[in-house]
Design a protein around this ligand. Structure first.
Ligand code: ZN
Length: 309
């Protein structure tokens, strides 16, 4: 980072959510949304459960959506203090709406979000997915929405991460069923990356973690050095940040924002090609070293899945 400029996070890295059984999740995210399964591994804390990663063709940071598909997950519900929606940037909304209509797939909209045309869908577990024409880059995340009781404390954390308030609008298009206020934050990093929308709603919903809810939102650090700088900066403004945790495809640090949402900062390095050929990402079950000795048992316990073509 050059001296004299304020450092800023270059956008989202990934978003992690909880789902029900894996096959319905795969069918929706690959067949309907057109994402690529870029990693098939297990929950490192619970190797009898998959951890499935979806992304663009290059498995680029900023396009990665991950799921823990618990076979017996109870239904969750978005509410204040949780990330409540992810949005993808797409090049041509009319074309996409035509495809969805032809496949008889329901969606809400079109509507406008900060002047850009958008639609919204629910995945099989009820997770809200928005498709917005415009944004930083096609195929990656356009934005993530954080539903908050009050935006002040979360806004302060984002500002410490180099985000700036861009715009505000009152609307009823965030899926809460009430009148909402969306405040958009964008990174001041030259790469900008995905937006973060802070939302409040007059709809009352007690959030409950479970299938169809987002577990955490991960932001990018280009490398380990940048990540350690962020760890020091965030600790200095009072965040309780975990030590660096090795997640095989990136290094991670976590902190719970005062508004309730769990944030992570994940490194771009080493990336998803660290343990398999980039042309064949997601085709084989990949296990971290500590579980290789138990591969047979793990493969017996995991449900069979089939990646749609
Ligand atoms: Zn994560």
């Amino acid at each position: 980072m050059s001296q004299g400029t304020s450092p800023a996070i270059p956008g989202l890295h990934h978003v992690t959510a909880i789902s029900g059984p894996p096959q319905g999740n795969l069918d929706f995210w690959v067949r309907i949304l057109g994402q690529r399964l870029v990693k098939r591994t297990v929950n490192f804390d619970d190797p009898g459960t998959y951890h499935l990663y979806y992304g663009d063709q290059n498995a680029a940071p900023g396009s990665i959506m991950t799921f823990f598909p618990f076979v017996d997950a109870g239904p969750g519900r978005a509410g204040a203090g949780m990330a409540s929606a992810v949005a993808y940037a797409i090049p041509d909304l009319d074309l996409r709406m035509g495809d969805l209509a032809e496949a008889a797939i329901d969606f809400e909209g079109p509507f406008e979000r900060f002047g850009e045309p958008a639609i919204a869908m629910r995945d099989p577990d009820g997770l809200r997915v928005e498709l917005i024409e415009g944004g930083a880059r096609d195929g990656g995340f356009h934005s993530v929405t954080l539903w908050l009781e009050d935006v002040t404390s979360t806004a302060a954390v984002l500002e410490a991460m180099g985000y700036e308030r861009e715009a505000e609008e009152a609307t009823a298009t965030g899926g809460t069923g009430g009148t909402e206020t969306h405040i958009r934050y964008l990174s001041t990093d030259p790469e900008r990356g995905s937006a973060v929308d802070l939302m409040t709603s007059d709809a009352r919903s007690i959030g409950r973690s479970g299938a169809g809810t987002i577990h955490h939102v991960a932001f990018r650090a280009r490398d380990r050095e940048e990540q350690l700088e962020w760890r020091a900066r965030l600790s200095a403004v009072g965040q309780q940040v975990t030590p660096v945790i090795d997640r095989q495809y990136f290094d991670a640090i976590y902190f719970r924002t005062p508004g309730g949402v769990l944030f992570e900062i994940a490194t771009d390095t080493p990336g998803f090609a660290v343990d398999e050929d980039p042309a064949h990402l997601g085709e084989a079950l990949k296990l971290p070293e500590k579980y290789e000795a138990h591969r047979n048992r793990i493969e017996q316990v995991l449900p069979q899945i089939r990646v749609p073509s």
